[in-house]
Design a protein around this ligand. Structure first.
Ligand SMILES: [Zn+2]
Length: 460
């Protein structure tokens, strides 16, 4: 490891943590390095112990959970194994919106409540609080998962990201601090214009970051752009994608253009990193020391390989417990051990937001992102495409037509693609627009269904 990087890792970063009163992060880092290799049954034992104490704490200090436990006839002392948690109903986003204040622990020091908020890109924002210690354990978890992708503290990184609250602050003081601590260089995915992408391309060759971390769709768009321009992409050690689903086709394209491995990651603002790929690229290991994850189908817990809704319990945040929180994503468990030897459970795949899913004529669930990007957008004359759904078995395509758009032939192509993906009885309409509305968050909205969430809730 180069000398300056060692100084960043062993001296400057610990100093910065000490100044902020966050040295607990270093303790969590050491702990998580060790616990990731515990056998699966020991990790489950650790989860059960943490879950038990969280439930007692919530029952003693959070009015919302006192009521909820009582209504469900549940008491923390009844919990014998992790599965017993299913006696409680899932925690919905609207529960937090309506009763968030009653979820904050009454005995928690007000000075130790760190406010955070989800972006509004997929509905109403949710406000929640975490403790200082949880902030530290989240950072430690992220660093561990970075390490799986060959990303050490002090490595240079470039970030293609959209969430404005994550952006490094401006001003010489923070710029100096960021340079000193090797904070990543930044490309705003909210405005991926051609000029910005050219600038970023040159900056990558100049700065030579070890890692690129990116919104999946944004870096795919960047790769397509480089390819179309015939530009030789900068080759980093690896690419870490997150915030959106990564289709196999996306990964193939990225690995071909950037000539490096891609590590997919799944996280959310409420609980930070949820799961990440290790170098075996055989699914995503869950951050199980801090999170208890469940995947629920309409018929109960999902079997390995079976897709269902993700529920998460944050085992390390006593400030405002989230118990069986429905994140709004779909995922499936992987089966068997990982060749890397880690005992952390694995997700086989993460299939994106529930609202990304379209409901077919026969009740089947189809990824709207896949339909938009790999079926419809394969036809250049259709240009840019967004899909909306308000009725099962029916979709509306909003298109910004390409140059050779032909209403009759392209209309027939859409009808055929719809029937092929959503079932024989499926119907569609299309409307042409001049401008495709962009999401403020920098995520690309390909598909939005108001039917899928209702459909899944009705079956649960
Ligand atoms: Zn592994």
């Amino acid at each position: 490891m180069p000398l300056y990087q060692r100084i960043v890792r062993d001296v400057l970063t610990p100093l910065a943590l000490w100044r902020r009163g966050e040295t607990a992060q270093l303790r969590f880092e050491r702990e998580f390095e060790r616990t990731q290799f515990l056998p699966p049954e020991e990790i489950r034992r650790l989860q059960l112990a943490r879950l038990r104490s969280l439930l007692f704490h919530a029952s003693d200090n959070c009015p919302f959970y006192q009521r909820r436990f009582e209504q469900a006839g549940f008491a923390p002392g009844l919990l014998r194994n992790l599965e017993d948690l299913r006696a409680l109903p899932p925690l919905e986003k609207r529960d937090i919106q309506e009763h968030g204040a009653d979820m904050v622990a009454r005995n928690w020091p007000r000075s130790d409540l760190i406010r955070n908020q989800t972006g509004g890109s997929t509905g109403t924002p949710v406000t929640f609080f975490l403790s200082g210690a949880r902030k530290c354990s989240r950072a430690a978890a992220t660093l561990r998962h970075n390490r799986w992708a060959g990303w050490e503290v002090g490595d240079k990184a470039a970030v293609i990201w959209g969430a404005p609250q994550d952006r490094p602050a401006d001003g010489w003081r923070s710029r100096f601090r960021n340079a000193l601590l090797r904070e990543p260089m930044w490309l705003d995915a909210g405005c991926l214009t051609e000029e910005r992408m050219v600038e970023f391309h040159h900056a990558l060759h100049r700065v030579r970051p070890h890692i690129i971390q990116a919104y999946a769709r944004a870096v795919v768009m960047f790769a397509r752009f480089l390819q179309a321009r015939g530009l030789t992409a900068y080759q980093p050690h690896s690419i870490v994608t997150s915030a959106e689903i990564l289709e196999k086709e996306d990964r193939d394209l990225l690995e071909q253009v950037f000539r490096c491995p891609v590590y997919n990651r799944y996280g959310c603002r409420e609980v930070s990193v949820v799961a990440s790929e290790c170098s075996a690229h055989a699914g995503l290991h869950v951050m199980a020391e801090g999170l208890y994850l469940e995947i629920e189908t309409p018929n109960g817990p999902a079997a390995p390989g079976e897709m269902g809704a993700v529920l998460v319990t944050d085992l390390l945040n006593g400030a405002m417990p989230l118990i069986r929180y429905r994140i709004g994503d779909m995922a499936a468990w992987a089966d068997g051990p990982c060749p890397c030897g880690r005992g952390l459970p694995r997700l086989e795949r993460v299939a994106g937001r529930v609202t990304d899913f379209l409901v077919g004529a026969d009740g089947r669930l189809v990824s709207g992102v896949f339909l938009a990007t790999y079926v419809v957008a394969q036809r250049p004359s259709l240009g840019q495409v967004q899909i909306r759904q308000h009725t099962a078995g029916a979709v509306v395509y909003r298109i910004r037509p390409g140059r050779d758009f032909d209403p009759i032939a392209d209309g027939e192509y859409l009808r055929e693609a719809t029937r092929r993906r959503l079932g024989a009885g499926a119907v569609c309409e299309w409307e042409a627009v001049d401008e495709m509305p962009a999401e403020a968050s920098g995520k690309f909205l390909f598909s939005r269904s108001t039917v899928a969430p209702r459909f899944l809730a009705a079956q649960a």
